[in-house]
Ligand binder design. Structure first.
Ligand SMILES: O=C(CO)COP(=O)(O)O
Length: 253
């Protein structure tokens, strides 16, 4: 059985003090990592403190982005080497906000995925269609193209370790969640595409999250779907109580 992975994506939110009090509130209360992976993806300035605070806990810390080079003249960027040195274990790559606001492309996402594996970071690769693409029936083709480009050049073993987050853009921060059937339909398609590219074993092992207005009230139904192995959560991951409910829902005994 695939272990569920519930990741909070704080985006550009919280002060240092708020980040610290959140982590102190949740770190002793999340379920064992044997049963569910509980991940907090925080802004860069908080990462070091959060890693220190969660050292002996079941909470893992992730970054929300990184550059693909190890070092050099790339003003304003953060490298995989720096994240690894801090003790970060996950990194969100290719979030739709990175693609739409900061011009990331499938090619840069692919380079970042390779860089993450080169430095032993687990990539959470985001894919998803716009409302326009959904309405013109382009969802499946678009997702297939994003996945194909994201995993180009990876070994089948690397693909097995990948986490893919299906986040329909029209459901992000809008309160409009994909129905669990709609979400699962695309996640099933993603698994098929992975199978086609990297074989059945990789398709069986790869974990696929759903993201887009996930909250405690809808998480159980989403996680009960056959091809959904977790959630990537924005707004509802910002409060400790709500985050704890989400990770509890992901628990397998
Ligand atoms: O973009 C998301 C997580 O990466 C989803 O955000 P919301 O949960 O706020 O809709």
């Amino acid at each position: 059985m695939r272990k569920q992975v519930i990741a909070g994506n704080w985006k550009m939110n919280k002060t240092h003090k708020e980040a610290e009090s959140f982590i102190n509130e949740v770190k002793g209360k999340v379920p064992s990592k044997e049963n569910v992976e509980s991940v907090v993806c925080a802004p860069f300035p908080f990462l070091q403190k959060l890693v220190e605070e969660t050292k002996d806990s079941d909470v893992e810390i992730g970054a929300q982005n990184m550059y693909f080079e190890e070092n050099g003249a790339f003003t304003g960027e953060v490298s995989p080497v720096m994240l690894k040195e801090l003790g970060v274990t996950y990194v969100v790559l290719g979030h739709s906000e990175r693609r739409d606001v900061f011009g990331e492309t499938d090619e840069t996402v692919n380079k970042k995925v390779h860089a993450a594996f080169d430095h032993d970071l687990t990539p959470i690769v985001c894919v998803g269609e716009s409302l326009e693409q959904r309405e013109s029936d382009e969802t499946m083709n678009h997702i297939e193209s994003q996945i194909t480009k994201a995993v180009e050049g990876l070994t089948d073993d690397q693909v097995k370790q990948l986490i893919i987050a299906y986040e329909p853009i029209w459901a992000i921060g809008t309160g409009r969640t994909a129905s669990s059937e709609q979400a699962n339909e695309v996640c099933t398609h993603i698994r098929k595409v992975v199978g086609k590219l990297s074989g059945d074993e990789a398709a069986e092992a790869v974990r696929i999250q759903y993201g887009g207005s996930v909250k405690p009230a809808n998480v159980d139904e989403l996680l009960s779907q056959s091809d959904i192995d977790g959630a990537l959560v924005g707004g509802a991951s910002l409060e400790a109580d709500s985050f704890l409910k989400l990770v509890e829902a992901g628990k397998h005994e």
